[in-house]
Design a protein around this ligand. Sequence first.
Ligand code: FCB
Length: 449
Amino acid sequence: MIQFPPGFRFGMATSAYQIEGAADVGGKGPSIWDTFTARPGTVRHGEDGRTAIDHYHRYAEDVGHIAEAGVQDYRFSISWTRALADPDFYDRLVDELLTAGVRPVPTLYHWDLPQELEDRGGWLNRDTAHRLADYASAVALRLGDRVRDWITMNEMNVHTLYGYALTDHAPARGLGLAALPAAHHQLLAHGLAVQVLRTHGAGAIGIANQHFPVSAAGDDPADQFAAEMFRNLTNWTFSDPILLGDYPDEMIRAGIGTSGAQLDRDLELIGARLDFYGVNFYEPTAVEAPREGKDYAGVLEVDIPEGLPFSPVPVKSDERTDFGWAIVPGALTEILVALRDRYPALPPVIVTENGASFHDAPPGPDGRVHDPRRIAYLDAHLRAVKAAIDAGVRVDGFYVWSAFDNFEWAAGYDERFGLVHVDQETLSRTRKDSWYWYRDLISGCGATD
Ligand code: FCB
């Protein structure tokens, strides 16, 4: 049994668009994910999140699956368009969690921008950051008497890369490096949200940033340069402004489209103190300088535009999840240590997402879902967290992605990350072996508040 420091918090994580469904219930307006999924060819089998796993209607049962595992925290996201039209839903959810003894940890923004704001430029428009602050204020007014812990933004790097630089996620802009202003405006939104949440008396504020080690595929200086640039663009661009007060290099500074006194003021806001720093981790990345004549199409699941000075290549690994992601638990220790070394002011870390997709068989005659590979994955990654703690990194918690099988963005419903199996036809829930394993681990750790 792995032992964690007293007070270590175990949790589960989800996001609104991936589970809620009830797309138009209560006057909820569309988000960019409703628009994106309605376009043919965007999602693997043309699925969408209109019903998702119908968490909106089944939240009480779902809170049971969360609470009975013994987790201290539940990280979910608030749908911006729902919160404005039908905030009662989040009242009910928060009350249900608190009654069950689980601490709600809402994320304000997990990629589902109101379509109305996209029509006005989305994250390329600076004003979107101010609109997020208004929305944060409305939500804090409504829930702030019961919610203590807040996460502002989720994986601004993935949203910028897949949604703005490439076309794999909403809003599918395909701008290449011209996507950088979307990064800055999300960071500004984070800074403004921190300010708003503090005004409303928030107890603890953090962010959920995805991080991963980036290695060069070879010793060639061109590969080293490519890796350095990719690392800056996908990792440090989203954390240096928060934890060091500036962007990692001149090229990025020039690309974000804000400068001078305005940038100085923005960086001041963005660099506001946080109470915890959320790290989402899945797999490391390897990068090379593009080789003349090499066909990169199909090397990875995403199409990288031509002309960029780097090309991600598959990481060497003996083991992969069914999503094809490399299983390298040591990379989690490595990135946690790297964050500690890079940022003297790093707040206590919470691993706000970690988990794996395996294409689990539905419940068999014994009524169980056997997912030994997910258990092995989570066990190895929790040990990797423990190794980071032993190396002196302060890590205060670990949230499994995800509580339930759900809508995995452009991959649809094939990719199952849940501790709880969801039958996509009947929407019935079945606790997987990994759910029981997690429950036993938590009770064995005797983690307390
Ligand atoms: C992360 C996302 C989350 C989920 C996992 C598998 O990048 O934050 O919504 O899709 O990957």
